[in-house]
Design a protein around this ligand. Structure first.
Ligand code: AMP
Length: 218
């Protein structure tokens, strides 16, 4: 199956994609993860992206489109993918459509995680990530067994620089201004399904599995 997970930061897209991509043997493609990796490796793209990411602004369409296209071209079409955090603008959505049409891999579904601002703030301020394997935790919602240590690989947990309160507010604003119009865009294409990002992690997982089943996706 070929899916886009759409929704504000903190909606649970990354957490759910981490589990569901394994369940369904899909490639989990997160532009945020790709960009953070580029920043860590100090690549030319990473250097250009860093200042935008630190402020919670969007990185140029050109950079993210180039990164995601390179990954999609390597995708085994029979396996499929889950896009998390891309597209984020109408221009990116159009670029994606063109690339996927070229590869003969149209999208099956876009899952919109409708999420309240209260949930977003709680999730992002408490989010912790493993430095080694990227697994996502939350200080109260998904606490690790030992504080500060990843349950899966023993790596150190850290807080993302852009998960601080001031940057979060800007990220929500950027989402409302630049990304939320994609809800209408995909609704018109009749491939949008809505779920509640306010559900707890296990409930949301069940709803998503149910949504895939009802849509005939395997
Ligand atoms: P995320 O991990 O999805 O919250 O993304 C973290 C940051 O990476 C965002 O605040 C943006 O600065 C940048 N970013 C991620 N995906 C995109 C995208 N599709 N377009 C532009 N910037 C992006």
């Amino acid at each position: 199956m070929r899916l886009v997970l759409l929704g504000p930061p903190g909606a649970g897209k990354g957490t759910q994609a981490g589990v569901l991509s394994k369940d369904y043997s899909l490639m989990h493609l997160s532009t945020g993860d790709l960009l953070r990796e580029a920043v860590k490796n100090n690549t030319p793209e990473g250097k250009e992206a860093k200042s935008f990411m630190d402020k919670g602004e969007l990185v140029s369409d050109e950079i993210v489109a180039r990164m995601i296209t390179a990954k999609l071209k390597k995708t085994d079409a029979s396996l499929g993918f889950m896009l998390d955090g891309f597209p984020r603008t109408k221009n990116q959505a159009e670029l994606l459509e063109a690339v996927l049409n070229n590869l003969n891999m149209p999208l099956d579904l876009v899952i919109y995680f409708q999420t309240s601002e209260e949930t977003i703030l709680k999730r992002l301020t408490g989010r912790r990530i493993c430095r080694k394997c990227g697994k996502i935790f939350h200080v109260t919602n998904i606490p690790p067994k030992t504080e500060g240590i990843c349950d899966s690989c023993g790596g150190e947990l850290y807080q993302r620089e852009d998960d601080k309160e001031e940057t979060i507010k800007n990220r929500i604003e950027v989402y409302n201004k630049q990304t939320s119009e994609l809800i209408d865009y995909y609704q018109q294409k009749e491939i949008l399904k809505e779920v509640s990002g306010d559900l707890d992690v296990n409930e949301l997982y069940r709803v998503l599995r149910d949504t895939f089943e009802k849509s005939g996706l395997k």
